[in-house]
Design a protein around this ligand. Sequence first.
Ligand code: PRF
Ligand code: ZN
Length: 383
Amino acid sequence: PAEAPASIPAEAPGTFRIHATDGAARTGVLHTAHGPVRTPIFMPVGTVGSVKAVAPDDLDAIGAEIILGNTYHLYLRPGDELVARRGGLHGFNAWKKPILTDSGGFQVFSLSALRKITEQGVEFRSHLDGSKHLFTPEKVVSIQRNLNSDIMMVLDECVSYGADKPYTEKSLALTTRWAQRCRDAYPGGTAGNLLFGITQGGFFKDLRERSIGELTQIDFDGFALGGLSVGESKPEMMDILYHCAPLLPADKPRYLMGVGTPLDIINGIAAGVDMFDCVLPTRNARNGTLYTSLGKINIKRKEFAEDDGPLDPACNCYACRTFSRAYLRHLYVAKELLAFRLNSVHNLTYFLDVVRGARAAIAEGRFAAYKAGFEAIYPEEVV
Ligand code: PRF
Ligand code: ZN
């Protein structure tokens, strides 16, 4: 058996079929209004409606199946109603495959000033012009419907690392009430915008269990683990990840938000997670940090000045097929814009190869060996 075939017959949005399992790891297909997504999947981040430095034809060549957009950014600029008038985000940015949008709550907490959380929602000031706004659960669903997102996320509060138990407990209860209001604002239907719930609970296992228990009472199309990779140590993250992922419904897609390194993703898959997103491959590409089959390198180093070999001999991306390390180093050192594109194309290809390889390994019952291979490449990260 192999991973799901290249051509997958269309099914109703929200249909999630698991084709094979290996331990807790699973491989399958999630169907959306803009086509299928093979899982486990890595989703390149296109915060403002563009995956930085790469165009949709690059993304197609890389093999991206779904990208992220962000409610907070697109609402502030250019505005979700402007996007709606251009046929939603797909009509606006010309990416025709699935798009998942984060709800904006997380960005409000990380970017905007003067945020105030009440029962009603979260009040904040724009990081662009200081203007005042209110995100309610109903509002973020309405924005994501205007964007015509394939997978919408509920409004949640991502509790900061170090929050105490009483605060985390109150916060997760609010997150549950907001999740229910998001569901009530859009009971679902024929338009095909899926809605995922987000579980929270900080670093308290009993609160994590409570959040999962409450959220899974609501009829969502998938469930996310939020509030991880927020400054905790690797062992703390892995402890919560391996404890919580199996508690999420087995028949719905599971999404680990904002995670992570290649080894984090491999651990997520081992724990039973199906979807991942992170700015790491694109952000690192822009500062010269590149992932290869032999580990991470920084292309600016002098040792690559006359290295005529490919960036990664095991990679089949446009950058690796076409250019030498010496040329890629030159572009980077000369601050040429092409460096951003080529480095991003490569790093995204690497992350998509990680999940593509995982799908094949799960289908063939050799995921443990596949995981061990990554532990050998990234020994400093093994916990
Ligand atoms: N909530 C939302 N988006 C997120 C997170 C979260 O907890 C995280 C945590 N790593 C990343 N992105 N809505
Ligand atoms: Zn490459």
